[in-house]
Design a protein around this ligand. Structure first.
Ligand SMILES: Nc1ncnc2c1ncn2[C@@H]1O[C@H](COP(=O)(O)OP(=O)(O)OP(=O)(O)O)[C@@H](O)[C@H]1O
Ligand SMILES: [Mg+2]
Length: 272
């Protein structure tokens, strides 16, 4: 069980109304790695993360988390499992009316029956870890964008999760703050020995922190491989420049997820 991937998608399909967003997506995220999913706006990156924590259910295919098939798990089955995850939402998503302290304490109170003193100590340590010691009493409105993102990170790591999901952690930050968040993700990776899944279109962040990188396009991975290998790949250059992707013949096979016949992908199709 311990060498099971942290997250695995097999032929995952998801449509909203008549719009197919994920079209037979396969991916395997190894335990302990930092895996970054790149993709244009609307390509399905956030949808992908939401499938990992059961906020969305796939129409077909399978999702495995820490070796367990979760795509058909009822909501109550997720209650314990979500404790293994920390999620930094796109745009921080703090509770505006709650102090920094209460924001970070929120998941602890939700999942644990800890003494107030123990909660305080954990919150203090998490805030210290993101460079925000002493900000407990402030409200989100009193923080800069970069500080809000870091409070979001502190909240995500409050329960020492095994998997941390980051949705656009640097969007809207100036270069210095973006770099700081990148360093924080890397430092937490070492400290928590967690698996990190990062969704971004920030290539600087991507190559500063990732072990492996995937490019999501047309509902599947157009490219996946070790950061050092994909960096100079034609697919990635096309993404970086916003130009047309290279024709299939120009793509080296090793780094490309094999195309699978539609029939093979359509597992569980009878589930509607
Ligand atoms: N709950 C939903 N209901 C209907 N459509 C949705 C829902 N969630 C996502 N979509 C659609 O799925 C597509 C992918 O959305 P997603 O949020 O995953 O994009 P993204 O890659 O994260 O983009 P961005 O970089 O802009 O955040 C979009 O067309 C979006 O409108
Ligand atoms: Mg998104």
């Amino acid at each position: 069980m311990s060498d099971a991937p942290a997250v695995e998608f097999r032929g995952v399909r998801k449509s909203f109304r008549d719009k197919a967003v994920l079209r037979g997506l396969d991916l395997r995220i190894q335990s302990g790695e930092t895996y970054t999913i790149l993709g244009g706006s609307g390509s399905g990156k956030s949808v992908c993360l939401k499938h990992m924590i059961g906020l969305l259910r796939c129409d077909a295919g399978e999702v495995f988390v820490l070796g367990r098939e979760v795509s058909r798990l009822p909501e109550h089955g997720w209650v314990g499992l979500r404790r293994d995850f920390g999620m930094v939402f796109q745009g921080a998503a703090l509770f505006d009316s709650l102090s920094v302290f209460e924001n970070v304490a929120y998941p602890i109170r939700e999942h644990m029956d800890w003494s107030e003193e123990r909660v305080r100590e954990r919150v203090r340590r998490c805030l210290e870890g993101v460079g925000l010691a002493g900000t407990e009493a402030l409200l989100p409105a009193e923080l800069s964008g970069g500080m809000r993102k870091r409070v979001g990170v502190a909240r995500a790591i409050a329960l020492s999760p095994r998997i941390v999901l980051y949705d656009e952690p640097t969007t809207g930050l100036d270069p210095a703050n973006a770099r700081r968040v990148g360093q924080l993700i890397r430092a937490l990776q070492v400290e928590l020995s967690a698996t990190s899944v990062v969704v971004t279109h920030d290539l600087g962040l991507c190559f500063a922190i990732s072990d492996r990188v995937a490019l999501l396009r047309d509902g599947r991975l157009a490219l996946e491989g070790p950061a050092g290998e994909v960096r100079e790949h034609a697919e990635l250059r096309a993404f970086a420049e916003g130009s047309e992707p290279p024709p299939p013949t120009a793509r080296p096979e090793a780094a490309i997820q094999p195309e699978r016949p539609e029939a093979a992908i359509h597992r569980g199709g009878s589930h509607g």
